[in-house]
Design a protein around this ligand. Structure first.
Ligand SMILES: [Zn+2]
Length: 365
């Protein structure tokens, strides 16, 4: 068994930034978000988010960190709410490959396997101190026809358990060598059945759709725009602000102009700021931070935080904590209104109609 208590104390010290304080702030409980909690003191409490909307409990190869252990990681940090994603694609069950990037030619494909493992784990090990939202990740956006029938099967097997769809891949260049193809404009028109079903059930859908790449910055933008134009009433969450390792040099002002235009045009669109590449390649680069902070303050009610941690066997608590920290770093700089909506969970609670509320931020003394 791991030595939990000293580690948890150390974790709270690190995330709060008060490494030398004798009295680290207590981490908030799930119940404290039921309302009536003390105001949130940004000077002494963590800047890391209380909600992780983009968290893969299942890896590409099926050899996962156990469900309870991932939950234990969250409990040691500020996170009390999380989306339980499988993963939008898996390696074949008989493959020895665990990282698709190292196995070009080996196919990765969407599957129901992860979702069923997550659902079974939720029934068996539902934690008391965390609020988990189970998500369907099986959908193949380039072959959407079976989706509605599979949603019915999920509902039959696990009634009322799933409340989200995604992360699903519209276009993910990183997997082009593993036989992934972008959904075509014709494929996108065929989403109509399952998008109607998602809307009726009030499930958001998180879509991974690369904006473009360093050679052609908006190459794939028309695909995302088509999805938004065809399904404006769906709550669509665009993962990673459209960025990827294939695109590290988009000027911030251009990027922000694209996102702002779409957010203005499509009131149900939300942006997910998960994945550390955003901090590493964009937010932290010279001159960019104030631009992104202004953008997030302006669209405070349209942004969701997430780590994009993948529960590979090789990962561990330190990796989770680091990814949470790096992806939350931008939150430090937000104004109180944006911090409350994004970091303290208000956007997430409203999106899912959850009976929780973000605490107010204490007025600066
Ligand atoms: Zn992801």
């Amino acid at each position: 068994m791991r030595c939990c208590v000293p580690f948890a104390v150390l974790a709270s010290l690190l995330v709060s930034g008060c490494v030398f304080s004798d009295n680290p702030p207590a981490l908030r409980s799930l119940d404290s978000f039921k309302g009536g909690a003390a105001c949130y003191d940004r000077e002494t409490e963590p800047y890391t988010a209380v909600v992780d909307t983009h968290l893969h409990y299942r890896p590409f190869d099926g050899r996962a960190i156990p469900f309870n252990e991932v939950n234990d990681y969250l409990s040691q940090t500020s996170v009390r709410f999380a989306n339980v994603y499988g993963i939008g694609q898996m390696l074949p069950a008989n493959s020895r490959c665990s990282n698709y990037l190292k196995c070009p030619g080996t196919p990765v494909a969407p599957t129901v396997r992860n979702d069923f493992v997550n659902a079974a784990n939720m029934l068996e090990y539902k934690p008391d101190d965390l609020h988990l939202t189970l998500s369907m990740t099986f959908t193949d956006l380039s072959d959407p026809e079976p989706t509605v029938e599979l949603m019915k099967l999920y509902e039959k097997e696990y009634p009322g358990l799933f409340h989200w769809m995604g992360e699903v891949n519209l276009v993910k260049q990183a997997q082009f060598n593993n036989r992934h193809k972008a959904a075509s404009p014709k494929d996108i028109t065929k989403w109509a059945g399952f998008m109607a079903e998602l809307k009726a059930r009030n499930y958001p859908i998180t879509i991974h759709s690369d904006l473009g790449n360093d050679q052609s910055p908006t190459l794939y933008l028309p695909l995302m725009e088509q999805a938004l134009a065809l399904y404006p009433d769906n709550k669509i969450v665009w993962a990673h602000m459209g960025l990827s390792y294939e695109q590290k040099s988009l000027p911030a002002a251009e990027h922000i102009a694209i996102l702002s235009r779409l957010l203005d045009q499509y009131p149900n669109l939300l942006i997910d700021i998960s994945w550390r590449i955003l901090e590493d390649a964009y937010f932290s680069q010279w001159g960019n931070r104030p631009l992104y902070v202004d953008f997030m303050n302006h669209y405070a009610e349209r942004i969701l935080p997430g780590s994009d941690f993948v529960a590979f066997r090789g990962n561990n608590f330190n990796v989770y904590q680091q990814e949470l920290d790096v992806t939350s770093r931008i939150l430090k700089y937000l104004d109180d209104n944006a911090f409350r909506h994004i970091a303290l969970g208000e956007n997430y609670f409203k999106l899912l109609n959850l009976d929780y509320q973000a605490p107010m931020v204490c007025e600066a003394s």
